[in-house]
Design a protein around this ligand. Structure first.
Ligand code: HEM
Length: 491
């Protein structure tokens, strides 16, 4: 007996009922009829959508020994990205690559990149005040610049080759959905490759070039710099230095390469969407904007900019960040997990080879859980006057995935979100723009519907709060700051 779900047709299964986009919304509709587990089959391939946090923790967390693989992908082989650890099946290669990622992103060394996050956030806010209409581009550039600096010690240029490679790579991975026929019937690949109008052969050739360049270029340059003693402090320098044996061979070199590229590909769009959602939230809810500024003024005051040391004293800012993670629901269906053994849950059989999708969007938008889910309300995450806290799981506990595949960059992303939100609120006013008719223009609330959502800019006014704020930002563009907000020199 399979878990409940819409009726399946012979051979096609649920192919005709599965929508082309926003499957997460359809799955929440289905919940009324079938409960929080929805079982589907797509041309014979089993698919399980998990709508509730509790069940996701039960299956993907507590039973992670058998729920932690990724579905095999023919397109990953064809396009040459099957070496990315985030796409790898659960096993030793993945475990070793994740250990390298954790070595840098979740060890005390994490503290080192707090400095660069503070500096880059300040620099970016200063640029936003100079070019408010470009705020989306500047926020995206900030995430990219920081990842490149932290991972490869590379300062990006305005037309950076590696950043452009990253954008193309993410697009190739996201577009693989279009090739579901090849995924379902791998033998078709041989036929379709010869059909000139599918352009498959050329497309996969171009994709391979992109992924090959990502795999080798920065890595090889870093190796050279480490050998010459000119490498900057960053994840790759740390990993290469620590893993180079006496004979010069780098232990687990493939895992180290893969670990770095996945972090680069996984970190930029996701963090950008979370920060863009914060700006949207401020436009949707001016009272939240006002309360955030009041808290910053009380805790930080007008004579300095916020730093990570202030975090524990800024509960309202933290609640704004939680709400940005909920509202943005960056990866609405997470990344697919894949079962490696048969399992039984609540009396239902879940076969080995099932793709399991945690519906992180439903966890954020289920109206049975969140009152008025379409409102941006940081108050949801604050204790009430009598000290009662919300019973709902905090978005940072589910928006970054589950179990042994959970996001390795969570702390990094949460920190960048916090310091950007705090810096913007301490120095800028964000308001709706006024249209020709004299009425405020409603912000852009429509997300792109890829497997990682993105949000374009709104027409809005971003202005400086005071001359003092401007001069503090001006000074930060000239100097770097450490995690306590003290000036430090670049050396
Ligand atoms: C708001 C920002 C972010 C969100 C919402 C997010 C979300 C996620 C989610 C949902 C997954 C899949 C987890 C699963 O399979 O259960 C994931 C995986 C991953 N994320 Fe993030 N992420 C963010 C930022 C970052 C950053 C900044 C980095 C790197 C610095 C990063 C690196 C990764 C990597 C490497 C994986 C693959 C893990 C694996 O397959 O083993 N992410 N992320």
């Amino acid at each position: 007996r399979r878990p409940p779900g819409p009726r399946r047709l012979p051979f096609l299964g649920n192919l005709l009922q599965i929508p082309q986009s926003k499957l997460w919304e359809k799955a929440l509709d289905w919940q009324r009829e079938y409960g929080d587990l929805i079982y589907l089959e797509n041309l014979g391939k089993p698919l399980l959508i998990v709508n509730s946090y509790e069940t996701a923790v039960e299956l993907l967390g507590k039973r992670s020994a058998i729920y932690s693989s990724r579905p095999p992908s023919v397109m990953a082989d064809l396009e040459g990205w099957n070496w990315l650890p985030s796409a790898a099946p659960y096993g030793n290669y993945l475990r070793r690559a994740r250990a390298h990622q954790h070595r840098f992103f979740n060890s005390p060394e994490t503290l080192n990149f707090l400095d660069s996050q503070t500096s880059e956030a300040r620099r970016t806010v200063k640029n936003i005040l100079n070019h408010p209409n470009d705020y989306e581009e500047l926020i995206s550039r900030m995430s990219g610049a920081l990842i490149m600096k932290n991972v490869y010690g590379h300062r990006i240029s305005s037309e950076d080759r590696y950043v452009n490679l990253g954008v193309s790579a993410v697009k190739y991975i996201a577009d693989t959905d279009q090739y579901f026929l090849i995924e379902s019937f791998p033998f078709l690949r041989n036929i379709l490759e010869w059909f000139p109008w599918t352009n498959l052969r050329q497309m996969t050739k171009d994709a391979r070039k992109v992924f090959d360049a990502l795999r080798t270029e920065q890595h090889d340059m870093l190796k050279k710099q480490v050998a010459e003693g000119t490498a900057k402090d960053c994840m790759m320098t740390t990993l290469i230095e620590e893993n180079t044996r006496e004979d010069g061979v780098i232990h687990e070199e493939e895992e180290i390469r893969g670990a770095a590229v996945t972090v680069f590909l996984g970190g930029v769009h996701t963090t950008t969407t979370a920060i863009m959602t914060f700006v949207l939230g401020m436009l949707k809810n001016p009272e939240a904007h006002r309360l955030g500024q009041l808290e910053i003024d009380r805790v930080v005051g007008p004579d300095r900019l916020p730093s990570f040391d202030d975090k524990d004293h800024l509960p309202y800012i933290q609640a704004i960040c939680e709400e940005a993670l909920r509202y943005g629901s960056v990866a609405p269906l997470g990344f697919p997990h894949y079962t490696t053994e048969d399992d039984v849950y609540r009396g239902f059989g879940i076969p080995a080879g099932t793709s399991v999708l945690p519906n992180q969007w439903a966890m954020s938008y289920d109206p049975e859980i969140h009152k008025e889910p379409l409102s941006f309300e940081p108050e949801r995450w604050l204790p009430t006057r009598d000290g009662r806290k919300s019973d709902n799981p905090l978005p940072h506990n589910y928006q970054f995935g589950f179990g042994r595949r959970a996001c390795v960059g969570q702390k990094w992303a949460e920190n960048l979100l916090f310091i950007t939100v705090a810096t913007i609120l301490s120095t800028c006013d964000i308001e709706k723009a006024i249209g020709k008719d004299g009425e405020p223009i409603e912000p852009n609330d429509v997300y792109d519907t890829g497997f990682v959502r993105s949000l374009g800019p709104s027409q809005c006014k971003i202005t400086s709060r005071s001359l003092k704020a401007e001069s503090l930002l001006e000074a930060s563009a000239l100097f770097d700051f450490d995690a306590k907000g003290e000036f430090v020199t670049e050396a």
